[in-house]
Design a binder for this molecule. Structure first.
Ligand code: ZN
Length: 193
């Protein structure tokens, strides 16, 4: 039986996923992005917010920066962006500013996404540019990657707390540690805002 033929969208989303895995390897929230122009990847980026200590270091912004350098223009007309997670307000703004015509999104981000979840900046009629979107390409894989990441982070946090507690209280009197999933929970899309 011939191997299942994957679509172009899936092919480029896999590249974005590959970028996201680079972020995960650095213990960054795994979000990756590529920008394609005439069948060629002209910009790649993955989330480096913590490692760079820079709030601007989102996957999309880094990929846009590279794509602009390639194009020699701030306009990215004719380009398609592939991103593993629905863009935040900052990145959605940059996408509109760069006049990117199409964005392919892996999974949605109900807590911070601006392609329809919290706001819909990409389709806002009031702006002079609207973006065509395609949602759910490799969605399962993109969201599993995030869930696994946060699960592992929570487990690590728990291990650290237990180690600390064991060192402090050898009798283990304080067993009723409250588990705050808070800022690290991704179940409903938190943790990346
Ligand atoms: Zn962003």
């Amino acid at each position: 039986m011939p191997a299942k033929k994957i679509s172009m969208d899936e092919k480029y989303m896999k590249e974005a996923i590959r970028q996201a895995k680079k972020a995960a390897a650095l213990k960054e929230v795994p979000i990756g992005c590529v920008i394609v122009y005439e069948g060629r990847i002209i910009g790649r980026g993955y989330n480096r917010r913590t490692i760079d200590g820079n709030v601007l270091a989102h996957a999309e912004i880094l990929a846009i920066r590279k794509a602009c350098r390639f194009m020699g223009d701030w306009r990215l007309e004719g380009c398609t962006m592939y991103v593993t997670l629905e863009p935040c307000p900052m990145c959605a703004g940059a996408i509109v500013q760069a006049r990117i015509p199409k964005v392919v999104i892996g999974c949605m981000n109900p807590k911070a996404g601006c392609a329809g979840s919290v706001l819909d900046l990409l389709h806002e009629k009031g702006f002079n540019h609207q973006v065509e979107t395609e949602i759910g390409i490799c969605g399962e894989e993109c969201s599993r990657m995030l869930k696994d990441f946060f699960k592992e982070l929570r487990a690590e946090e728990k291990r650290r707390k237990e180690e600390k507690r064991d060192a402090r209280e050898p009798e283990g009197q304080n067993d009723s540690f409250s588990r705050s999933g808070g800022p690290l929970s991704f179940g409903s899309g938190g943790g990346w805002a």
